[in-house]
Ligand binder design. Structure first.
Ligand SMILES: [Zn+2]
Length: 276
């Protein structure tokens, strides 16, 4: 009699389908075997990968709709916005590791060029003597450490958070909760991080300015594209979204500058302490 009563092995709920309607676990029918364990791996990995691909492709073709779907409760097909953000930030770090030599050289060259100006030459000479090395090379190293942090916590606190706050203030009429605006922001910023992780190593070969322009262009293009369907239509509304993006960018670059200033000062203090 009990043989045809199927219960969930995880929460003991009576099963009506192949998946438990209470906890979501798939029905377990066989004794555990190595084959069973191995069979579970591709299922779990591919279902995550499928979600990742679908999220990535949908954010290209209809980003506003993805955010709207998620907010309105259609969540199963997509990767969670926080996970997608973490994936984007990790890809950026990997990408930075690839292009670090090119960036280091470019920054070093531009600092070298600036240090040739007579009014700055003296300062750099003094710093060279103090460090006992090349100021430009050391500055480039500090800069790289700072932008590596830019893709971890700064991308969230100095970019995504202010962007969400600004969008929330500018689009009060859309009646979204802050958390709903945060979903939009995380998906959009994460998608920008994923896309530019691939474009940066290519465009950085054409110089830092070229790299910066393409990256900023992509950020602006992607958010304007995502605005459609998520926020109310109208050119004025769209300009407000653009304004929020520009202000968040200024905030982000400002944070990088401040962090660079602080890191450089800390470096100089450390050098002073080592060779008094
Ligand atoms: Zn269950």
């Amino acid at each position: 009699m009990t043989s045809d009563l199927r219960t969930c092995k995880n929460c003991q709920t009576e099963l009506v389908g192949r998946y438990c309607h209470v906890c979501g676990q798939k029905e377990v029918t066989r004794r555990l075997s190595i084959r069973e364990i191995l069979r579970e791996i591709p299922e779990k990995v591919f279902s995550m990968e499928r979600g990742l691909w679908l999220t990535f492709l949908s954010l290209w073709s209809r980003p506003g709709q993805v955010c709207l779907d998620y907010v309105q409760g259609k969540r199963q097909p997509y990767v969670n916005p926080v996970s997608y953000f973490l994936i984007g930030a990790s890809l950026q770090l990997l990408s930075l590791w690839f292009s670090a030599p090119v960036i280091r050289q470019a920054v070093q060259d531009s600092i070298h060029a600036a240090s040739q100006k007579p009014e700055q030459a003296k300062i750099f000479e003094r710093m060279d003597a103090m460090i006992g090395g090349d100021t430009a090379a050391e500055m480039a190293n500090v800069y790289l450490t700072v932008i590596a942090q830019g893709y971890t916590y700064l991308a969230f606190f100095a970019f995504a958070c202010p962007l969400a706050l600004l969008l929330w203030m500018f689009h009060r009429r859309a009646n979204y909760h802050f958390a709903e605006i945060m979903v939009f922001t995380l998906y959009v910023v994460a998608h920008c991080l994923v896309v530019t992780a691939f474009t940066t190593p290519i465009f950085v070969r054409f110089g830092n300015v070229m790299q910066l322009l393409t990256a900023q262009g992509l950020y602006i293009g992607i958010i304007i594209w995502a605005h459609h369907k998520f926020f109310p239509p109208g050119i004025g509304r769209r300009l407000l979204t653009l304004l929020a993006m520009l202000m968040a960018m200024i905030c982000f670059f400002g944070a990088i500058m401040v962090l660079f200033g602080v890191s450089w000062a800390a470096y100089l203090v450390a050098v002073r302490l080592q060779n008094p």
